[in-house]
Design a protein around this ligand. Structure first.
Ligand SMILES: Cc1cc2nc3c(=O)[nH]c(=O)nc-3n(C[C@H](O)[C@H](O)[C@H](O)COP(=O)(O)OP(=O)(O)OC[C@H]3O[C@@H](n4cnc5c(N)ncnc54)[C@H](O)[C@@H]3O)c2cc1C
Length: 438
């Protein structure tokens, strides 16, 4: 692959963030009469969608307890809704169901969604939630669920198709997306600016700015920038948690069941919302074995050829091997039993689905920051990094915000995600959810 000797803007990583940034930057440069897509290149050591964006379950939701996440997600959903066809976006909505321990969090999330104008409804009480779910799915039978946040926006998108949609938009704007070009190093100027990017296909001088969007490979770039492996985290209460690892890795547990996807429909035959079920009711397999007796959860959606979803991720102990991605992922051998039992617990139509579990290309490793929330910030005068802490397939609008920041704007939505928060104690509130990304 031939690389140009120089480019004004160099974006590293052709996942959802790198491509969205490149596309929105090209569009904005053109609109301002300051250039256009030929000023932007995207480099990927493999190809578009080779990272987490290409295997993401694709769930797009606003169920976030943190105000800043909720507001950012609202802007992202607007981008998904702006071109559902190109982004392969299915606006089917999203339902979060929780046990009593989650009632307060989901109620607060709903109240905020009402305030910001994100369409959703809240149902509280075991009988009320059961009635709401039975209206949608007459065979609904999940136990121990006392709260339901039904988001009427959001849904899911098909992972590789949406990456291709963004790739196509980049091409239309004249952006070059170069596959098979690995970034090996960054050359520093005397003021700390990045003057050039060293790649497996030669050196590229940077005219203006570099954007890193490396997904799970965040730590490799962190090291390239000589940033610290551990950091002190200042809490809002004034305590200091010393030497927290900046990066931890989790194996995301996902899989699919080869049932006819059309059997997963609403009572009126419509496309079902994405469902996320957390409960503390005991979970048994269809043949009566106890699978879980404390809070457990799954999420699932109708896919093209199956029903696909996942459960709580598992921390990677010790060193993580990322390449080849995602084949290095460890899926817990107990996951298929849990996933299938949980589907059957939710709806009787899934009873007996365990033999239909498929060993598919699902699951993957994600890189998480010290507080499990994204870091979007400048790390050098002309180097911006999008480090999404594995939240971000749904965050297609982050690239749009970053493009405006690159051109001198301020983003109210990205500001709460600056790296400085760890030093100032300006952290995001933490919910009672068992997931590291809620
Ligand atoms: C199994 C799984 C399921 C998920 N499900 C969801 C979901 O349902 N909803 C959701 O919102 N999020 C989900 N996520 C999280 C989401 O997928 C990621 O947060 C998001 O895709 C990251 O996008 P990205 O563009 O930053 O990185 P990626 O998509 O990982 O892209 C990074 C790119 O950088 C390239 N690269 C790496 N190193 C170099 C280098 N040195 N030189 C050049 N190129 C390089 C890689 O080849 C890769 O293509 C999931 C993640 C996983 C793993």
């Amino acid at each position: 692959m031939k690389t140009p000797p120089r480019s004004p803007y160099v974006v590293v990583g052709a996942g959802i963030h790198g491509l969205s940034t490149a596309y929105h930057l090209a569009k904005e440069l053109r609109a301002r009469g300051n250039g256009g897509g030929t000023d932007v290149i995207v480099l990927d050591k493999a190809h578009p969608g080779a990272g987490a964006s290409g295997i993401a379950c694709g769930v797009v939701r606003n169920n976030y307890f943190q105000p800043a996440m909720s507001e950012l997600m609202q802007a992202c959903v607007e981008v998904w809704e702006s071109d559902p066809e190109a982004y392969a976006y299915n606006p089917v909505g999203y339902i979060a169901l929780g046990a009593s321990v989650q009632e307060a969090d989901l109620s607060e999330t709903h109240a905020r969604q009402e305030r910001i104008g994100y369409r959703s409804e809240l149902i509280v009480g075991e009988a009320e939630v059961d009635a709401h779910m039975k209206e949608l799915f007459p065979d609904w039978r999940a136990q121990g669920v006392t709260v339901c946040l039904h988001e009427h926006q959001g849904g899911f998108a098909f992972n590789m198709d949406s990456v291709e949609g963004l790739h196509g938009k980049c091409r239309e704007e004249g952006v070059s997306v170069l596959s098979g070009v690995e970034v090996l190093g960054l050359e520093n100027g005397s003021d700390g600016s990045i003057t050039a990017v060293e790649t497996s296909a030669g050196r590229i001088e940077v005219g203006e700015q570099v954007v890193l969007a490396p997904g799970p490979w965040a730590r490799q770039f962190w090291e390239m920038l000589a940033l610290p492996e551990t950091i002190d985290v200042h809490t809002p209460g004034g305590e200091v948690v010393r030497d927290r690892p900046m990066w931890t890795y989790w194996n995301l547990q996902e899989g699919e069941v080869g049932v006819d996807p059309l059997t997963f429909a609403t009572a009126d035959g419509g496309a079902p919302p994405v469902i996320h079920l957390d409960t503390d009711a005991p979970l048994y397999s269809d043949d009566g074995n106890l699978i879980a007796d404390e809070l457990w959860g799954i999420y699932f959606k109708r896919d093209r050829h199956s029903v696909q979803g996942g459960a709580s991720p598992v921390v990677v102990d010790g060193d993580v091997e990322l390449d080849p991605y995602p084949q290095t992922t460890d899926v817990d051998p107990a996951f298929p039993d849990l996933f299938c039992a949980a589907l059957s617990h939710a709806m009787s139509r899934f009873e007996g689905c365990r033999p239909l579990y498929k060993q598919a290309r699902s699951g993957g490793v994600g890189a998480f920051t010290a507080d499990n929330f994204p870091v979007f910030d400048y790390f050098r005068p002309n180097l911006y990094a999008i480090l999404d802490s594995n939240h971000g397939y749904k965050m297609i609008g982050v690239g749009k915000e970053v493009a405006s920041v690159l051109l001198g704007g301020h983003s109210r939505l990205l500001y709460p995600f600056r790296f400085e928060r760890f030093a100032t104690g300006d952290l995001h509130p933490v919910s009672s959810s068992p997931y590291p990304w809620s």
